[in-house]
Design a protein around this ligand. Structure first.
Ligand code: TRP
Ligand code: SF4
Length: 404
């Protein structure tokens, strides 16, 4: 149970792997574009994370970072609505990672499923490194740095958010016992006003004395409604409810992004490593070429052979892009050998290019003037850094190394 369901901050990151493709678009990016209007969003390029596996091929990371941001902008991420930044431009991430590493048991990292999986999968690289083991903890630092309530991730990353919650809980447990906690908490109760304050105290007693879970729920709901409390006081009162200390690092929750069902050119899932993708900003001729050379139902050797759309990757793309009429036309034409594969592909090529025209247009000013992208990154990183510095101050003060 998170203490901060009312927390409206979202944080998510992406490693710079080069050109993004339609799988990213229909999975992650459309989701981000929607979220940026509903939450306070922080989106960043995780270039430190790229180094954990690509430390020997680091020469492309900067260029990939730039291209990743252009792809985001093309897809509609709006730097006026969301804070867009680059991880290494906010070096506080490294500092928080270090501090969290002091309290993180090795076994927690060794048992994260991606640790062994990736080592096996990327067996051409030596991933028996300190940095790679720390990958999920670096991600925890990313998330906790912004005290984010929600982290949009795919299913493969849920375990990392879970680790983040455990690390936050352990941090709060070890360092959240500020002197005079009770007095601060009681003062915060007073700030709620008489009626709400009395109800809070009653519900808290019911929970602490009788273990009444319903009272705990109601007290949490009550806290979420409070408008007059600072974040610090709110977190304190969440902690006070359960008798614990102050919550310095709130526990985030994952916001599961549905896996993209975008089929690739070969009918498998679209993926960079299968080389079956259409890039987000692909030139129109290349889109045409890629679709034109797609395999179709192998049963259709000659034009007069009937085919089965469900055995054809072209039809799978039609299902993403085409309207009902076109779908019926393609399916019937295929099954009756009434149309050829070249005809069938034509409206698909048009549709994809139509969609892409919008992305290309949005990207154009940034392709012409790369400095524009740099200043977006610069500005976003400064904004992120201001938040990061505050968290680090809290963290260092709680540990006792703020030297103030
Ligand atoms: N590990 C994530 C991925 O590979 C990228 C990432 C790094 C991230 N830090 C994050 C995602 C923080 C969400 C929140 O996709
Ligand atoms: Fe595929 Fe269309 Fe050819 Fe049928 S007609 S095999 S659906 S490309």
């Amino acid at each position: 149970m998170s203490s901060n369901e009312s927390n409206q901050r979202v944080l998510s990151g992406m490693r710079p792997t080069g050109q993004l493709h339609l799988g990213h678009l229909h999975g992650v990016l459309k989701n981000w574009v929607q979220l940026q209007h509903e939450y306070e969003c922080f989106f960043f390029v995780a270039d430190f994370h790229a180094l954990t596996t690509q430390y020997e091929a680091s020469e492309n990371i900067e260029q990939f970072t730039h291209e990743t941001v252009v792809d985001w902008l093309a897809a509609g991420v709006n730097p006026g609505a969301a804070t867009v930044f680059v991880q290494s431009r906010v070096p506080e991430h490294a500092e928080l990672h270090l501090l969290l590493s002091m309290i993180t048991p090795l076994s927690w990292l060794e048992r994260v499923p991606s640790y062994k999986d990736q080592q096996l999968k990327l067996n051409d690289k030596d991933l028996a490194t300190y940095g790679f083991l720390g990958y999920p903890l670096l991600q925890s630092a990313d998330i906790l740095m912004y005290k984010a309530g929600w982290v949009p991730v795919g299913a493969d990353q849920v375990a990392h958010v879970e680790l983040t919650r455990e690390v936050a809980r352990r941090f709060n447990h070890i360092y959240g016992r500020e002197p005079g906690f009770e007095e601060h908490a009681e003062a915060a109760v007073k700030k709620m006003g008489k009626k709400a304050g009395r109800l809070y105290s009653q519900l808290r007693r019911e929970y602490l004395e009788r273990g009444d879970g319903e009272s705990l729920e109601r007290a949490r709901a009550l806290l979420q409604e409070q408008q007059n409390l600072s974040i610090g006081d709110t977190e304190r009162l969440f902690g006070y409810l359960e008798g614990g200390g102050r919550i310095i690092l709130p526990e985030p929750q994952s916001l599961l992004t549905e896996a993209s069902k975008m089929p690739g050119l070969d009918g498998e899932k679209m993926s960079k490593s299968y080389n079956n993708f259409i890039a987000l900003r692909e030139a129109p001729e290349v889109v045409e070429e890629k679709v034109r050379t797609m395999q179709t139902d192998p049963a259709r050797v000659r034009l007069t052979d009937a085919g089965e759309p469900n055995n054809c990757p072209v039809y799978a793309l039609h299902e993403v892009y085409s309207d009902e009429d076109t779908l019926t036309w393609a399916a019937e034409g295929c099954r009756s050998a009434g149309i050829g594969c070249v005809d069938c592909k034509k409206p698909l090529i048009e549709k994809i290019n139509e969609e892409q025209a919008g992305y290309r247009q949005r990207a154009e000013p940034f392709e012409k003037e790369p400095d524009l992208v740099q200043s977006i990154i610069q500005e976003g990183s400064e904004k992120a850094r201001a938040v990061a510095r505050e968290t680090l101050e809290d963290v260092k003060e709680a540990i006792g190394i703020s030297h103030r």
